[in-house]
Design a binder for this molecule. Sequence first.
Ligand code: HPA
Ligand code: ZN
Length: 334
Amino acid sequence: MRHHALIQALPKAELHVHIEGTFEPELMFHIAQRNQVQIPYASVEEVKQAYDFHNLQSFLDIYYAGANVLIYEQDFYDLAMAYFEKCAADHVVHTEMFFDPQTHTARGIAFETVFEGLWRACQDAKAKWGISSHLIMCFLRHLSEEDAFETLAQAAPFKDRIIGVGLDSSEVGHPPSKFERVFAEARAQGYLTVAHAGEEGPPAYVWEALDLLRVSRIDHGVRSEEDAELTQRLIELKMPLTVCPLSNLKLCVVNDMSQHNIRRLLQQGVKVMVNSDDPAYFGGYMNDNFYAIADALDLSEEELKQLAIHSFEASFIDEAEKQKWITKIRNLAV
Ligand code: HPA
Ligand code: ZN
């Protein structure tokens, strides 16, 4: 319980959250009923019992099934507003939210339906809680590069409201190199790039994300530590790693939170910060992730502040905004 008051009080930015991964079972039931869609669970308790994952794929199977109940613009709006409410409670003041268009377009839901629902929630969250946000569209890496190109084309009318593209889903066997051309095209169109790498996949995938996809951040990246030269490169580049502690625990990337390497990476000078990934599935939002590592790794006040500062430094907000939040963090006394 050490430092929980500080963690609560710290302004934080969240840079790695999949909006489909914030779908709480209660809301899933509610929307399923509203849309008259069948789900293979009898109760909220039964849904939660299914959340017993042993690796990334065992989670993804359930995560994609859950997303099936989302059909209308209002569904995407409700989903995002529920997440923003958690942000407000956790003092997350800025978020850069992933969404997976292909999960929905493959079911016949229009890109526009997904996008406009999320966008309206982003506007309302700013008005209601003062929370700023950016949207990042992810390509599903288990699908083809051609499919990703098609998604990029569908995004064209909304391009000015999407800050970047990312890469998620089943990592092993689907290296960043598979998407080199579509990422080049996305960059040419003005999108920033990020990619999941080094979650379950090897350090070689992190090298590829840096060298071939020219990313501004690595999502997860915790396996980078296995390659000393790569770790050195990340430090030199000041390359952010968007680390997700509870996700790593639930998907068995680490066996115990006391073995998590976020503190070691921080001490070596890697720009790591804390994120929730898929909080409805992994047992907690931003502050729960902070509490889990603060307790298991005995983090100091200074380290907790550094993690929060990194979240703003690594964000895509403008320099003046960054400095405003960093100064607030530096001056925070609890
Ligand atoms: N890894 C890969 N794909 C994902 C994740 C993740 O942690 N969450 C949602 N899609
Ligand atoms: Zn993720």
